[in-house]
Design a protein around this ligand. Structure first.
Ligand code: ATP
Ligand code: MG
Length: 342
């Protein structure tokens, strides 16, 4: 009998494409191989053939560099390209749901319904209101085809495609068992907020300010070269009382602008679901390595914030331990995709 197909999780980002291959995902996951490969600026989400080629090329280099051989992959499309909506449908029978969801979707999705691929999850049934709580997830077919094409060009075989926040939710849930939490993914161009309930993603929003904006703020303010500004950001971040707070004061407005949007997202979650927002925040993405970030968020929101460690509960070979230790939050999406069960 052939073995169930283990697969590789692939996370496409503006900064880098990341891959994680796990074995044994049902019982005790173990790391087989992983790695990342940087992506030239402006290439992600581009419909230009040349750019798609660059991406599939990056994917091939990543496979070579990380020594990954498994060609079966699960990938995510960027959160910024996905529409997720929380809807309630009162007074329906279960067998009427599908038609109702698709009918209602037209109101919620800002592009023609024929051009999206849609799915929905029944989150629960509210006995008092006699209504179903539904999470609607829709992605433009164009975007899905774009990524399937890139993966195909790299000679890989896609098994499934999902959203980044669903993958993060899975990774963090499997590592913490905390069912109600907020995940913040600090990427280079975007910051994505999602809320998990009962281990499932029920709200997500992509904010168009990323960690690169902080580097740019240091370039603008101090006239640094970009690479030098990047070093200052990584070394000092938002740790107070260093270098007379010069770096801190320069990064603060950018971070505050991001967090205002995060707060708005969470308020929206609260008013649409009538659920108190979670008190546990997990930070993911490479931008989560910013020194002082968890403390800053914790103080701003008065909640528990920590850098997520999706590697907990994954067996890591001794020789990979030092690299894993330096990259705890970076691979949350790729790990979540690698943990997807079929
Ligand atoms: N040690 C660090 N401290 C602070 N920021 C860091 C650190 N290392 C990397 N970054 C920042 O993290 C960002 C890259 O994060 P990540 O790899 O998660 O992005 P991405 O997923 O490729 O991008 P996006 O999600 O926007 O498409 C860059 O802006 C980079 O400057
Ligand atoms: Mg990302």
């Amino acid at each position: 009998m052939s073995k169930l197909p283990d697969h590789v999780g692939i996370d496409f980002g503006n900064y880098s494409v990341k891959a994680v291959e796990l074995g044994n995902i049902k019982s005790k996951p173990s790391l087989i191989a992983f790695g990342s490969q940087s992506i030239p600026a402006g290439v992600l989400n581009s419909e230009e053939q040349g750019n798609q080629k660059k991406l599939s090329g990056a994917l091939k280099s990543l496979y070579r560099g990380a020594g990954i051989r498994n060609k079966k992959v699960v990938l995510a499309i960027p959160e910024s390209a996905v529409f997720t909506r929380y809807i309630t449908l009162p007074g329906l029978k279960e067998n009427e749901l599908e038609t109702a969801v698709f009918f209602k979707a037209k109101q919620y999705i800002p592009i023609p319904i024929e051009e999206v691929q849609m799915s929905y999850v029944v989150l629960g049934f509210d006995e008092i209101k006699n209504s179903y709580n539904i999470l609607l997830v829709a992605a433009p077919r164009k975007t899905i085809d774009l990524y399937l094409n890139i993966v195909g060009q790299a000679g890989l075989e896609p098994l499934a495609i999902e959203t980044e926040s669903i993958a993060i939710g899975r990774a963090i849930y499997r590592s913490t068992n905390i069912k109600h939490m907020v995940a913040l993914d600090f990427g280079s161009k975007t910051t994505d907020v999602s809320v998990m309930y009962d281990g499932r993603m029920i709200f997500s929003q992509s904010i168009a300010i990323g960690s690169d904006s902080m580097t740019q703020a240091l370039v603008n303010q101090f006239g640094f070269e970009y690479a030098q500004a990047e070093q200052y950001k990584r070394n000092y971040g938002v740790t107070p009382n260093i270098l007379e707070n010069k770096i801190y004061n320069s990064l603060k407005p950018i971070l505050d602008a991001m967090l205002v949007e995060v707060q708005r997202g969470i308020e929206f979650y609260k008013t649409t679901t009538l659920t108190p927002p979670p008190r546990d925040f997990f930070l993911a993405g490479e931008g989560a390595l910013l020194p002082g970030l968890p403390e800053y968020i914790q103080t701003t929101f008065g909640i528990n914030a920590r850098v997520g460690d999706p590697w907990i509960n994954i067996d890591v070979p001794k020789k990979l331990e030092p690299i894993v230790a330096k990259n705890k939050p970076n691979f949350a999406v790729a790990i979540g995709l690698a943990l997807k069960e079929f």
